[in-house]
Design a protein around this ligand. Structure first.
Ligand SMILES: [Zn+2]
Length: 358
């Protein structure tokens, strides 16, 4: 066992010297040790990695034969002891985060990462879909005047209930008006939201935290303008950061709706900052990844748990319903540095790597 500890310590030092070290200052990342992150490491590191993997496998086999029901040993860090990537999700409305549900769960539960969420609007415009929640909350939520007063607080509670499932640890509420249902992102940024205020708040959030990745919605044309505007403002905020501090920013859209439009997306017309790289990606996580007894469980359960917390809503539930739980896909925006593709590959190799679910 002492040899394994030595190999781990030496490997940590070697890996820390490779270009795959994420910016977060904590040294005890476990997910960096996936084979893909090691792939471009130098020969000495590769050798150490191989030795460690062989010794770990022998040790695990020996432990399994001794006692198959034994709890995790001290060599397997518990969830609370792990430390992984730091991720910020930037969305327009409570329930938008459902599109990343399974990936967020893997980031926090499998990789031990930190997960924060910045919400641009107050969510009051969701009253149009609150019919089924009226008896549940005992108030006339489909009445716009009632909703404008009561819905923001209700939706924040729903968001945080879902956030507890996927492990969101911090929320930033920008409370912009949830008004003006349109596909025109320009009009939202000019006439509905206070974009200067959003920009300075995002700048503050990004300066006070050291994120490795930002997840946004892919700003496809036939999407609610709030979603597109939230992504544009997120990209512009990253562009204002000093290059050495910039997180890698990804655009996401899960399968199951508008797949043709998503496949053709290159950038939102009029907003070159939204251009994505078509030569790499998308990186994916399949919610149907199986685990559990007879492999009958999958991460669609997590996505369902999360979306079911948003009881004042309904359209995202309909989008996510069906026999196939779908695949969460992530594209790299072109403004990212050239090393971003390797880092995105490392992240998603780790997200997809067994064991499942943890
Ligand atoms: Zn939305």
């Amino acid at each position: 066992m002492g040899v394994i500890v030595w190999a781990i310590r030496l490997l940590k030092v070697r890996v820390a010297e490779t270009s795959f070290q994420f910016k977060n200052k904590r040294p005890d990342r476990t997910y960096e040790w996936s084979p893909s992150t090691d792939f471009h490491a130098d020969p000495m590191t590769r050798t150490l990695f191989t030795i460690l993997m062989v010794l770990s496998s022998l040790s695990a086999l020996s432990a399994m034969s001794a006692c198959r029901d034994a709890p995790a040993t001290q060599d397997s860090p518990s969830l609370s002891e792990r430390s992984g990537p730091s991720v910020l999700v930037i969305t327009a409305h409570p329930d938008d985060e459902a599109m990343f549900a399974a990936t967020m769960y893997r980031v926090t539960h499998a990789l031990g990462g930190d997960l924060h969420l910045a919400l641009i609007t107050d969510g009051a415009g969701g009253y149009r879909f609150s019919t089924l929640a009226e008896p549940l909350y005992g108030t006339s939520l489909t009445d716009e005047a009632v909703a404008r007063t009561e819905l923001p607080a209700i939706r924040k509670k729903e968001l945080e209930a879902g956030g507890r499932i996927v492990g969101i640890s911090q929320y930033f509420y920008l409370d912009q008006p949830d008004e003006g249902k349109t596909e025109n992102a320009d009009s939202v940024m000019k006439y509905v939201w206070d974009t200067d205020q959003i920009a300075s708040r995002l700048d503050q959030i990004l300066s006070e935290h050291s994120y490795d990745f930002i997840f946004t919605h892919l700003p496809i044309k036939p999407f609610h303008a709030h979603h597109k505007a939230a992504t544009i403002l997120a990209l512009e905020a990253v562009n204002r950061m000093p290059p050495e501090r910039r997180p890698i920013i990804l655009g996401s859209f899960s399968t199951g709706g508008m797949d043709d439009v998503v496949a053709q997306f290159q950038q939102l017309e009029g907003f070159p900052v939204t251009a994505i790289r078509k030569d790499v990606g998308p990186w994916t996580f399949d919610r149907a990844t199986p685990f559990g007894t007879d492999n009958r469980l999958h991460y669609g359960i997590i996505a369902n748990w999360l979306i079911s917390e948003h009881k004042s809503q309904g359209t995202m539930q309909l989008f996510m319903a069906g026999p196939n739980p779908g695949t969460e896909r992530f594209w790299l925006y072109a403004l990212n540095p050239s090393t971003a593709a390797e880092k995105a590959t490392a992240l998603f190799d780790a997200i997809n790597a067994p064991p499942h679910p943890f």
